[in-house]
Design a protein around this ligand. Structure first.
Ligand code: NAD
Ligand code: ZN
Ligand code: ZN
Length: 396
């Protein structure tokens, strides 16, 4: 089959690799029809390279058709249309029972002290072959796959794998009180979708912040008040002016570890990119630093006693934090990988009606065959050509 294979920093190739097979009785194999490209893949493309191994198959946002199931999989059958959550969870352990599927005790990667295994996401998360491929082996298929109805195009459902539950959890964790206000840093797929969900759930004031003009325009077109980081001399003042002088009740950081505007973190990333991967891996596990500009902005923006909800991924082990300000302002911080299946019952009803309240039908900006994967990664990384959400269509 064809798949997008990681070779080195900024070197992804579309190659022929062996077809996946059922290996455990709880596996399924699906034929992938659509598979998203995510801001999380960009971390692997460059900064998290030391945790990647040449030959890793990328991708964690797939949907498709069930080809084959192991003997202990009874909820789905060949021919069913399914979306695959990016985290691999069992559904029967203590953590899954608490709705914390991203911490699943059956799939935790003990060797690296990590939470639940993820598709296509470094050895830290189990080095599980990913879904930017024609076929995918799905472990824990007795629980993971989300069956979706036939009929509408894949765009309706594919974001259930990651974008929708991640943005839903970001809004949930933000805990904005009735009539309250929310600022969203970063208007990539996750931030954009967070603004849509927040508005859908009745948050009165939603402010979106980014520095890419098309992304700001897209949010504005959906009724979000936007601020351009590149144009604003006093972002904190501008946000306070929009929130009764106090700052928003909550801030979602949908940027993560590669934030624009962090010179110290950028230097750390550049130095580590010059070392051999084996040295960088050790360095990052003990002294790694993120580009923290967005999180620092969130701390400044949020009102006293407010909440910061982090959905952007961080990976540093030695990030300096302004504890004085966090403590003095009495800030609450909630974070983590999305517990995908936890939120599906809330989200699915919004995808099956005639209306499309979250605008998923027109969310994608680019649709490409796997063969165009290498250039799609490059275009998305450089935010060129208006790329916000790229969908791969294997076999197209
Ligand atoms: P993306 O890279 O397309 O979006 C990031 C956006 O942040 C870009 O539009 C960029 O211009 C903007 N930005 C950069 N620096 C900024 C700054 N200092 N202030 C404000 N905006 C800034 O990626 P995405 O797909 O939307 O993902 C966003 C983050 O969410 C990534 O870190 C990704 O890894 C993470 N993520 C987390 C989960 C989870 O389960 N928690 C799931 C999916 C994605
Ligand atoms: Zn993703
Ligand atoms: Zn579990």
């Amino acid at each position: 089959m064809k798949a997008l294979v990681w070779h080195a920093r900024r070197d992804v190739r579309c190659e022929d690799v062996p077809d996946p097979k059922i290996e455990e009785s709880t596996d399924a194999v699906i034929r992938v029809t659509t598979s998203g490209l995510c801001g999380s893949d960009l971390h692997l493309y460059e900064v998290l390279a030391p945790f990647m191994t040449e030959g890793d198959i990328l991708g964690h946002e797939p949907m498709g058709v069930v080809e084959e199931v192991g003997e202990d999989v009874d909820g789905i059958s060949p021919g069913d249309r399914v979306v695959i959550p990016f985290n691999i969870s069992c559904g029967h352990c203590f953590m899954c029972g608490q709705g914390l599927m991203s911490q699943c005790e059956t799939t935790q990667v003990h060797e690296h002290g990590s939470g639940a295994a993820l598709f296509g996401y470094t050895k830290l998360y189990g080095a599980v072959p990913g879904g930017q491929a024609e076929y995918l082996r799905v472990p824990q298929a007795q629980f993971g796959p989300i069956a979706v109805p036939e009929g509408p195009p894949d765009d309706r459902f594919v974001y259930l794998s990651d974008v929708l539950p991640t943005a839903w959890q970001a809004v949930e964790y933000a805990g904005v009180p009735a009539g309250g206000s929310l600022a969203v840093l970063g208007l990539g797929p996750i931030g954009d979708m967070s603004t849509r969900i927040a508005r859908h759930r009745g948050v009165e004031t939603v402010i979106g912040i980014d520095l890419v003009p098309e992304r700001l325009a897209r949010a504005r077109a959906n009724g979000v008040t936007t601020l351009d980081l590149a144009q604003e001399d006093d972002l904190v003042g501008a946000v306070r002016d929009l929130t009764g002088g106090r700052g928003p009740d909550a801030v979602i950081d949908a940027v993560g570890m590669e934030a624009h505007g962090d010179r110290l973190g950028k230097l750390a990333h550049r130095v580590s990119s010059l070392l051999p991967d084996s040295m960088t891996e050790r360095l990052m596990q003990h002294a790694g630093m993120d580009r923290m500009a967005a999180f620092h902005t969130a701390i400044e923006l949020v009102r006293r006693g407010g909440t910061i909800s982090l959905s952007g991924v961080y990976g540093g082990m030695a990030d300096p934090l302004p504890m004085l300000v966090l403590f003095d302002k009495q800030v609450q911080v909630r974070m983590g990988q999305a517990n995908v299946k936890r939120w599906v019952p809330d989200i699915l009803p919004l995808l099956t009606g005639d209306d499309d309240p979250l605008g998923v039908d027109h969310f994608a900006t680019h649709r490409v065959p796997l063969e165009e994967g290498p250039s799609a990664y490059d275009t998305f990384q450089h935010k060129q050509d208006g790329a916000v959400k790229v969908l791969f269509e294997p076999g197209r």
